[in-house]
Each structure stands twice: as C-alpha cells, then as structure tokens.
Design a protein around this ligand. Sequence first.
Ligand SMILES: C[S@@+](CC[C@H](N)C(=O)[O-])C[C@H]1O[C@@H](n2cnc3c(N)ncnc32)[C@H](O)[C@@H]1O
Length: 231
Amino acid sequence: MLSRFQRMAYEAMMNRGYLRKFWYPRYQFEYFPRQLCYLASCIERTSSIEGDVVEVGCAHGLTTTFLYEYMKDSGIEKSYNCFDTFSGFTEANISVELNKRMKIYNYEREYKNNNVDWFKESLSRRNITDINVVQADICTIDESKLPSKIAFCLIDVDLYEPVKIGLEKIYPRISAGGIIVVDDCWTKKKHMWVESVGSAYDGAMQAYKEFTSREKLPEKFVETKLAIIEK
Ligand SMILES: C[S@@+](CC[C@H](N)C(=O)[O-])C[C@H]1O[C@@H](n2cnc3c(N)ncnc32)[C@H](O)[C@@H]1O
C-alpha cells in the first residue's frame, strides 16, 4: 500500500510522462486481433461439445483473460483450465532444441518473470477466481490432472518437445467436434509488421506436421500462425 506522499509522487511522475516506457499502457497480446477473434470463434463453435476449455502455456494470462471473459459473457458454462510451468521452458525441452534440433538460441531467459501465485492474483484482480490453474510441465504432468474430456484446447508452448507431447496427451481427450489450435506454426515470413518467429521457434510447426501425418489428419492453417486439428 502506498502512502499519501508516495501516491502523489507516483501520480506526478506519470502526469509528466516520466519512465512511460515502463508504465504507459500498450497492446501486449501475443496475438493480432483477428487471431484472438479466431480463438474466440473456436470457443463459440465448441460451446455445445462435451468437455472443458484448456490452455497449455498461459504465461501471464492475457489470452486466458480474453478467452475466459468471452466464454462467460457468451453464457458458455465450461471449466477453463490453465497449465504452465510458470517458470519458462524446461531444461529437458531446451536440450532437445540445442542438442537434437541444433538451434543456437538463448531459450533460458524467456518467460522467467512469472509465478503461479502472481498469475492467480492477477486474474483475481479481474474477479476471475474459478479457473483451474495447474503448475506443471506438460511433458511430465500427472495425467490425472488433465480433464478427461476437452472441447477446445490452445497449445501455446513454443518448442518442439512440449508441443509434440502436448498433442499426444491432449488429442485423445478431445471430444468429437472438438478443436485444438497450436500457436507459432507460421505459414508466412511476416504478418502485418511482425516477422515470423524464425528458425529458433520452428519446433511447433515440426511437431504439428509430424503429429497430423502420423494420425492421418489433414493440415489446416489459419491467420498466418495458427495450426488447427478438428476431431
Ligand atoms: C508463448 S507463452 C504463452 C502465451 C499465452 N498463451 C498468451 O497468449 O498470453 C509460452 C508459455 O509456455 C510455457 N511453457 C513452456 N514449456 C512448457 C512446458 N513444458 N510445460 C508447460 N508450460 C510450458 C512457458 O512457461 C510460457 O509461459
């Protein structure tokens, strides 16, 4: 809690625009509006399909908040489940990129600024208290923690191994009519002014292509970077 003096000093600083690089509100989603709209349309399309909504890789809860509030506001009564390490990529997953996929990139520093309690606290500031938040590595998770039936799942864990294992664990739980969206499967070099993730993050696409080929499923790409599996 700020004292009256601290609050006045803070407001004076903001009113003069000092340090605005750090606090001036800006768009922070990792999805463009059309991509968010597509994800929302999946929630809509699977509203009467048996099972939960799942987000594997939820970072700081921006998309979580968007999709959860969209779902509630649309009168869709489903459980929303979030899975994340809340500490970035695992050593095992990074090792696959560096030693098997021969990538040269510093994955260690990404998504470290997180904590499961901060995540829950941030959601609760928007009165979101009924999301099932599970801190776990999708590759080694106790599978009883995954919902047995899933209507819609967003897999957004970036690297080859967690996307591959995520698909293997989630797909059998998807109900008929359900949908999986895998993020970071870029089909263009650029979307608007954002460059594609490039070779350091091409593992999601490889995992998606291997999985669809093995399961004899059609490939489907929408909105530049979303790969789709419809059951
Ligand atoms: C791109 S961010 C997710 C962004 C989020 N969906 C959003 O739109 O705001 C990737 C997240 O995947 C998580 N992650 C990476 N590897 C994981 C793993 N093996 N198991 C669970 N979560 C993982 C990271 O901690 C990070 O928070």
